[in-house]
Design a protein around this ligand. Sequence first.
Ligand code: NAX
Ligand code: K
Length: 533
Amino acid sequence: MIRAHSVETVRAAEAAAMAQLPEGELMSRAALGLAEVAAARLADTEGTTVVGLVGAGDNGGDTLYAVAHLAETGFACAVVLVPPSGRSGVHVGGLESAEVAGVMVHVAADGAAAAADVVAEADLVLDGIVGIGGRPGLRPEAARLVDAVDDDAWVIAVDLASGLDPAGEEGEDDAVWADETVTFGTPKPVHLLPAGEAATGRLTVVDIGVDLAEAPAAVERLTWDDVVDLWPVPGSGDDKYSRGVLGVVAGSEAYPGAAVLCTTSAAEAGVGMLRYVGTPTPVGLVHQAVPEAVVGDGRVQAWAVGPGLDTEADDERSRAQLEAARAALASDLPVVVDAGGLALVEGRRTAPTVLTPHAGELARLLNRLETRSAGTADGNHGAPVTSAGESRGRRPVTGPADGDEGDRHEVTADDVKGDPLGHARRLVALTGATVLLKGATTLVVTDGEPVRSQADAPPWLATAGAGDVLSGVIGALLAAGLTPHDAASLGALVHGVTADRVSGGGPLRALAVAHGIRPTVRDLLARGRSAPG
Ligand SMILES: NC(=O)C1=CN([C@@H]2O[C@H](COP(=O)(O)OP(=O)(O)OC[C@H]3O[C@@H](n4cnc5c(N)ncnc54)[C@H](O)[C@@H]3O)[C@@H](O)[C@H]2O)[C@@H](O)CC1
Ligand SMILES: [K+]
């Protein structure tokens, strides 16, 4: 598992480490590690020239010492001091060390065009403008220098790409776009969250001897190795019931294929037994595609509700199916809810619940539940969801207290894409559920747990039916007894890795991903068995 720690946790751990070490030791380790990575990249790209962009804080200090090392190694090195106060604004020891090593020192404020020319010459650029002490955004003079970087230069962000919010909460367009980020001690949230992941590039962690093993993580990412620890592997005493029975309420006369995709992926994920509840057309298809499934209601350990469900259909068989979906949501069993099922969510369930919206579905759900919640807070009407003010990171609801929607801001899919984590947290606060928000980086948010962030899938996975497959995998894992947080994040990992294998760099289809789940899980488990120790 990759664990990212908050700025506060990192600063506390660094302070504890520094108290035991000679002054400047941590910075010196950070700078040496940074210089080693930079030298390796220069060797790979046959580059010879280095420019460091140096801000006022210790991030600039790391950069100055690293550039000094590179100059001593024989590279042609320069730095551009970015602070408006020039030399007097930067790390004194670092600047001295760079000058002694023969690094050319330029001050941005003295001549912006000349400084930009120096930057444009570099094969490798170290971005040391700001690190974990930075506020989002770049000052105009820094932005101009960053714009001058040659397209072919290798850009290494020191600790994090300057301009990004270190916490990864606020999106920021005005930031360095790095090929690689060299961070110290531990990843920071920004490296793993949608707001910063793309600008971070490849992430390299340099060990500086700061111990964060016991410190609580802010963001986690499951890796292939976690599959062995988390995947439910049957023992000799297991039978199909003890391994977990999943009930699937999915598909409809309008969208019958979703039933096939969801049940196929649950079967491929190795669920103990499958029950399927649907209308005649998808029932016929499921009979053919997944003969293992038993059609009809019955005892289950978990439900998957919603893929391809048609909540508008009004014939007798459809009403019976929707009744089964509502009964599943009203039960005390774990449920994963997707697509059409999200329209049936009325608020808080006490049993384990995973909601798997994409941005548009999350926006619709927030609008519906928050309107209701505003009414409930005033004692007027609505489901027993939480009061409007409880959620973390949410915008205030501006509607009048009588529950009238008034000028209340309607959340849009673009709002969710602009602040995915904040909006996912809003839905967690309203429902108490685990929210899996789909995207290039999929977020799994549960109250009281570190956010899980998975980025395993290729863009080819953005295709119809992919979500139906994901629901089946998560349902199988819930039925086997995993927590919603583990089931959702492990499901996202396996879904993404499978898609990557199936794609092989080209198009994929959802049914192929469903059929790829079984060999992917097998291979990931085999990897763990063959790993040393
Ligand atoms: N604390 C430690 O023990 C260690 C810290 N290290 C480095 O120190 C960094 C943190 O250093 P600092 O706390 O000095 O903070 P930073 O170097 O991240 O930046 C703080 C300075 O930048 C200015 N600033 C903030 N936002 C800005 C913006 N958007 N544009 C321009 N200037 C801005 C601030 O006014 C302040 O002067 C880490 O990111 C890491 O690179 C490493 O040396 C490892 C050890
Ligand atoms: K930086």
